[in-house]
Ligand binder design. Structure first.
Ligand SMILES: O=P(O)(O)OC[C@H]1O[C@H](OP(=O)(O)OP(=O)(O)O)[C@H](O)[C@@H]1O
Ligand SMILES: O=C(O)c1cc(=O)[nH]c(=O)[nH]1
Length: 212
């Protein structure tokens, strides 16, 4: 594990974004841990978070024209990532969707720059891949092409079949997925901390059951 990944895990635990207990996921699975990016909820948090996203993106060398944040939590994530990139001299357009279509004023369900060219999807986590598939549909419907996915945490879980949700996205759509951290690194970290021994064991059991 790299230093920046350990720092990111400690940052997420400190801000209660990464929590342990019993959580119901969108996929219906019950998970002993949860990553709630909505709790990065101060300007300072967002500044640190945006730098972590921008650094992961730059390390990946991924090529894209525009940044897209899926509603809702992807919206601030895409916004602050675009700002962090701009502060380092890379000015990219960004857009996001509304979950409900607006039928007055400017109408539609895409806000921001027109979805054109190669689109980078920015979100917090991938579990079963539903949110990413919905984003791919939206991007294609607008006549653009998804170019890759940037997330904070890869939960390394099976998607609809035996592959991980990320492997499915990579295989079905040929899309690279870049994450700041993966569950394996969270597990390594928990296992190295005596105070987290019980969480480490619960997360390891969950990984055995649903992981890849
Ligand atoms: O890979 P999946 O199984 O789709 O799960 C992950 C998605 O679920 C959560 O969003 P959610 O759809 O709950 O919406 P929110 O951003 O409005 O909280 C999360 O922010 C991801 O987008
Ligand atoms: O699968 C989900 O619903 C999910 C998992 C997680 O860790 N965080 C989140 O916001 N959603």
């Amino acid at each position: 594990m790299h230093d920046y990944q350990q720092h990111f895990i400690e940052f997420a635990i400190r801000r209660n974004v990464l929590r342990f207990g019993e959580f119901q996921l969108k996929s219906g699975r019950t998970s002993p841990y949860f990553f709630n990016a909505g709790l990065f909820n101060t300007g300072e948090d967002l500044l640190e978070l945006s730098k972590a996203y921008a650094a992961a993106l730059q390390r990946s060398g991924l090529d894209y024209d525009i940044i897209f944040g899926p509603a809702y939590k992807g919206i601030p994530l895409a916004t602050v990532t675009a700002m962090a990139l701009a502060s380092e001299g890379q000015n990219k357009p960004f857009a996001f969707n509304r979950k409900e279509k607006k039928d007055h004023g400017e109408g539609g369900n895409i806000v921001g720059a027109p979805l054109e060219g190669k689109v980078l999807i920015v979100d917090d986590v991938i579990t079963a891949g539903t949110a990413i598939r919905e984003s791919i549909d939206l991007i294609r419907a607008a006549g653009a092409e998804p170019a890759g996915v940037l997330i904070a945490l890869d939960r390394q879980e099976r998607g609809t079949g035996d592959l991980s949700a990320i492997q499915e996205v990579e295989q079905d759509f040929g899309l690279p997925v870049v994450s700041i951290i993966q569950l394996d690194q969270v597990l390594d970290y928990l296992s190295s901390q005596q105070d987290f021994a019980e969480h480490a064991s619960n997360v390891a059991q969950y990984r055995d059951r649903y992981g890849v």
